[in-house]
Design a binder for this molecule. Structure first.
Ligand code: PAF
Length: 282
């Protein structure tokens, strides 16, 4: 497995891949966990050459967010990527990715107005901009994203369609801990009590599938009540929307629907969701 840190080197190795081969990209911010590894595995199964990018992207963090303290351990990540049989790691510095003040950004409207887009202004412009840079540098045939960030997947798919990127986006199932907590690099911030109470997110979402809810309001109220049983939980949002359009809905009527939550435990903001077809709710 090769490790490169410059755009020039990444382009060089990419150019050496024969044109008959399929290239898969797994964009990450590092501190790899089983969720990331499942993306690499899927890319390994479906592609001839697998590129992993590891870059904690400053432009997707708000001023008071955790860019500085975001967990980083490149040595460990490189070993895990090697074990997962990645072919190339692209690990640029901030200066390499943003060598001059950025006058060009990629902004996706409408589907970024709710959920994390509302709570984290500018976040998705940062994500879309860095992902479009990665797509231009690596020119992958396929790119793999986890559905824990389901809004991110919707945003990237929209960007790819709107801007005619020749890449197939592959959304991958959420990988969970044994007790249901969605895997996230940010889980390491949780203390023992917060970690234990955080399991309420998946319990609440799972409970929705066992009820015969017919309206978005009913679902939101039910999920809020469940989450509020945990004293350390502070809800940022609970929303039930059409997916992937992220349009508000009133009734559940055969469309794909996402129930998405963002909840703080102490200083840690966790997100989770379930995407339901109508038959799974009734
Ligand atoms: O999902 C992430 O880890 C990041 O948002 C991504 C896609 C790597 C862009 O920085």
């Amino acid at each position: 497995m090769k490790i490169v840190t410059t755009v020039c080197e990444a382009r060089k190795y990419r150019a050496e891949v024969p044109s008959t081969c399929t290239v898969g990209l797994v964009p990450t911010m590092g501190y790899l966990h089983q969720g990331h590894l499942s993306l690499i595995q899927r890319a390994r199964e479906e592609c001839d050459f697998v590129v992993l990018s590891i870059f904690v992207n400053p432009t997707q963090f708000g001023e008071n967010e955790d860019f500085e303290r975001y967990p980083r351990d490149f040595e460990r990540d490189a070993q895990l990527a090697e074990d997962a049989e990645g072919d190339l790691i692209f690990h640029p510095s901030v200066e390499e990715m943003y060598p001059r003040p950025l006058l060009t950004t990629v902004q996706i409207n409408k589907i970024t107005e709710r959920l994390c887009g509302a709570s984290r202004p500018g976040h998705f412009t940062g994500v879309a901009t860095v992902v479009s840079k990665l797509f231009h540098i690596v020119t992958p045939d396929r790119a793999y994203f986890g559905l824990k960030d389901a809004q991110q997947v919707a945003v990237i798919e929209q960007m790819v369609q709107d801007l005619h990127f020749p890449v197939t986006i592959v959304p991958c199932e959420i990988v969970r801990e044994e007790d249901g907590l969605a895997m996230s690099s940010r889980n390491v911030y949780l203390n023992a009590e917060e970690r234990q109470q955080a399991t309420i997110l998946y319990q609440a979402l799972q409970a929705v599938t066992r009820k015969g809810f017919r309206s978005a309001d009913e679902i939101n109220r039910f999920v809020r009540e469940k989450i509020n049983t945990q004293p350390l939980a502070r809800i940022d949002y609970v929303e039930t929307l059409a997916y992937p359009s992220l349009e508000p809905i009133e009734q559940i009527s055969g469309e794909r629907v996402i129930v998405a939550v963002a909840v703080r435990f102490g200083n840690t903001r966790l997100i989770d969701n379930i995407i339901l077809q109508d038959r799974r709710i009734s």
